[in-house]
Design a protein around this ligand. Structure first.
Ligand code: GLY
Length: 392
C-alpha cells in the first residue's frame, strides 16, 4: 500500500527533517538512568527477593513485579541493549544476571505473554552471545505457548482471567508473541511452531481489523465452532475506539510476520496499519499519541509514550521492506526526537526509568502518565535501529 500523503503526514515529515536524533547522547542519559534503576532494584530485592523486575512508578514508589508478570522480561532485555550498544562488560554481566530470574517462566502455560517475558531477554541474549542455554529456554517457551493454540478457532488464547467476560479471548498484543514461535522453528526445524504463528496471524488479520485498519483490542472466539462471538476492548476507551498501544502492537506484529514469512499480505497489512497511525489527526505535532485515538476528552487526557516507542521501532524495520521507507524513517525519527528530549526523565528522577508519560491501563485507573518498562525497552530498540546497530 502506498501511504496517503495528508497534511498531517507532511507535517510529521517536514518536522522530522529538522530534527536529527542524537543517539549517543540519548544512550548516555539512558545508561545513567539505568545505573540508578539497577541500584534501586537491588535494594528492593533485598527486602522482597520474589519481586525481580521493575515495572513502573506507582503512587510515587518503585513498583517491582514477580517473574510471572507480563512485563518481567523488559528490564533484563534493556540491559542486553545497553551491552549491544556499548560493548561494555558491565552491561553483559548485568544482563546475564537479571535474565536468569525470568528463566522459570519457560514452563508457564497460563499466559500468552511468553514472547514478552522470555523472548525479549533470552532472544536478545541468544542473538548477542549465541549461548545455547538461552536457545533451549526459547524452545521450551515456544512449546508452552503452543499449548494455548486451539485448532478449531485457529488462534492462541491470550488470557485465562475474567472468564465471566470472555470465553476464549485473543488480544491484538498477542501478535508480538509470534516472534518466539518463528525463532523456535528456526532453531529446531519443527514447523509446527511456524504453522501456529501463521494461522494465528491470518485469523487475527481477518477478525481483528476494521475497514480503516484500526484494530479491536479483544476478539472472543467460540472454540466449538471457531466463530467470533464478539469484538470488544479491555484497555481502550470503548469497544469501537482505537487503543493507541494496540495499534502499535499490530504494526510491529505484522512487520515481524513479514520478516519471517516474506508473505506480501503481511507487508500490505503493516503498511495499512502505519497509514492509520501516521495519518491520525488526533496525534499532536510531536508525534506522541494520546492513549486512545478516539478518547473524546483529547487533548485533556494522557499520552502513551510506550505506543510511540513501539511504533518508532516497528517503522524502522518496516522501512526496510516497504516502498514508503523514507516516510517511515522520517516519522520514526520525529518520534525518537520527541522521546529523547521532551519525554525523557530528568536526570536522577523516576527511580531511574528512562521515559515519562506512558499509559498502562487507563480504564482500570492504573499506570496513567507514568514511566513504564516496555516504553524504555522499545525506545532503546528504536535507538539501536536508528543507528543501524540492530540487524532487524
Ligand atoms: N500487553 C498488555 C499491554 O499492552 O498493556
Amino acid at each position: 500500500m502506498k501511504l496517503k500523503i495528508t497534511a498531517a503526514l507532511l507535517f510529521a515529515i517536514l518536522g522530522a527533517n529538522a530534527q536529527k536524533v542524537d543517539v549517543n547522547k540519548a544512550f548516555k542519559s539512558a545508561a545513567l538512568q539505568t545505573d540508578i534503576l539497577v541500584k534501586n532494584v537491588d535494594s528492593a530485592r533485598l527486602i522482597k527477593p520474589s519481586l525481580v523486575s521493575p515495572r513502573t512508578v506507582e503512587n510515587g514508589q518503585l513498583k517491582m513485579v514477580v517473574s510471572r508478570d507480563w512485563t518481567s522480561g523488559f528490564f533484563p532485555a534493556e540491559l542486553w541493549y545497553f551491552y549491544e550498544y556499548s560493548k561494555d562488560q558491565k552491561w553483559l554481566n548485568l544482563a546475564k544476571k537479571y535474565t536468569e530470574d525470568i528463566k522459570k517462566e519457560q514452563y508457564n502455560r497460563s499466559t500468552h505473554d511468553l514472547g514478552f517475558m522470555i523472548y525479549c531477554p533470552f532472544g536478545n541474549g541468544y542473538r548477542i552471545t549465541r549461548d545455547t542455554a538461552y536457545r533451549s529456554v526459547i524452545i521450551q517457551a515456544a512449546k508452552s505457548l503452543s499449548t494455548r493454540f486451539n485448532t478449531t478457532a485457529g488462534v492462541i488464547r491470550s488470557w485465562d482471567h475474567n472468564a465471566d467476560k470472555w470465553k476464549y479471548p485473543v488480544i491484538i498484543d498477542n501478535m508480538m508473541n509470534l516472534e518466539l514461535l518463528f525463532e523456535a522453528t528456526k532453531f529446531t526445524g519443527d514447523s509446527s511452531f511456524y504453522k501456529i504463528a501463521v494461522t494465528h496471524a491470518n485469523n487475527t488479520l481477518k477478525n481483528h481489523f476494521r475497514p480503516d485498519f484500526s484494530s479491536w483490542h479483544v476478539v472472543d472466539y467460540d472454540v466449538e465452532t471457531g466463530q467470533v462471538i464478539k469484538k470488544t476492548t479491555a484497555q481502550g476507551y470503548s469497544n469501537e475506539s482505537a487503543w493507541a498501544r494496540g495499534q502499535a502492537w499490530g504494526l510491529y506484529g505484522y512487520t515481524l510476520c513479514f520478516r519471517y514469512t516474506k508473505n506480501k499480505a503481511y507487508l500490505a497489512h503493516a503498511d495499512a496499519i502505519a497509514n492509520f497511525i501516521l495519518n491520525n489527526k488526533s496525534t499532536p505535532a510531536d508525534g506522541i499519541p494520546y492513549w486512545d485515538y478516539n478518547d473524546p476528552q483529547i487533548p485533556k487526557v494522557s499520552r502513551d509514550a510506550s505506543a510511540a516507542a513501539i511504533t518508532a521501532s516497528a517503522l524502522y524495520e518496516l522501512a526496510k521492506y516497504s516502498k514508503n521507507a523514507k516516510l517511515y524513517k522520517a516519522a520514526a525519527d520525529k518520534i525518537l526526537h520527541s522521546l529523547s528530549t521532551a519525554y525523557a526523565s530528568p536526570a536522577g528522577a523516576d527511580y531511574g526509568f528512562i521515559l515519562e508519560h506512558s499509559t498502562g491501563h487507563r480504564p482500570a485507573k492504573s499506570e496513567i502518565d507514568v514511566p513504564i518498562n516496555y516504553a524504555d525497552y522499545y525506545y532503546l530498540e528504536a535507538l539501536l535501529r536508528y543507528k543501524g546497530k540492530f540487524n532487524f
